[in-house]
Design a protein. Structure first.
Length: 151
């Protein structure tokens, strides 16, 4: 019982959410590297980024589904906070680390966030905010309802 109470505390859920974000960033970094090495030379940068965007959403949602129970957030509000944390950290990761490593200009980075220039990152950030709630809801939907009646 004591472990269950501790697991449902918002700070513990946020810490576990941070750990999952690190896993997501690792997976997305590998994904981005593979895109540049293998997909971009075949289909070009624009198509590779578009294909990669949808693959990235699948990676994020799969990781979220796998670990949403472990995060153990107590309600949808906490899940939204975790999603907002993921989105904020992702923007900072892109702006500070990825930009520095890849020598990407600010204008190129910001273009990724500008829908009028074909940028999909705002959609990606919105997806990150909603992914924990969506994953939790999906698992609850498919979880069998327990019956109080004896079999």
């Amino acid at each position: 019982m004591k472990g269950q109470i501790a697991a449902s505390r918002p700070n513990g859920a946020m810490a576990r959410g941070l750990a999952i974000w690190l896993l997501i960033m690792f997976a997305e970094s590998v994904h981005g590297t593979l895109r540049e090495l293998f997909l971009t030379p075949i289909v070009g940068e624009v198509r590779a980024r578009l294909i990669s965007f949808f693959v990235a959403l699948a990676i994020i949602f799969t990781i979220t589904l796998l670990f949403i129970r472990w995060i153990a957030a107590s309600n949808a509000k906490h899940l939204l906070k975790i999603g907002a944390l993921w989105a904020g950290l992702t923007f900072c990761f892109e702006a500070l680390i990825v930009r520095a490593i890849t020598d990407t200009s600010w204008s190129r980075l910001l273009a990724d966030y500008d829908p009028s220039q074909g940028g999909l990152m705002l959609v990606g950030l919105a997806f990150l905010v909603l992914a924990p709630v969506a994953a939790d809801s999906l698992l609850k939907y498919f979880r069998p309802v327990k019956s109080d009646r004896p079999s």
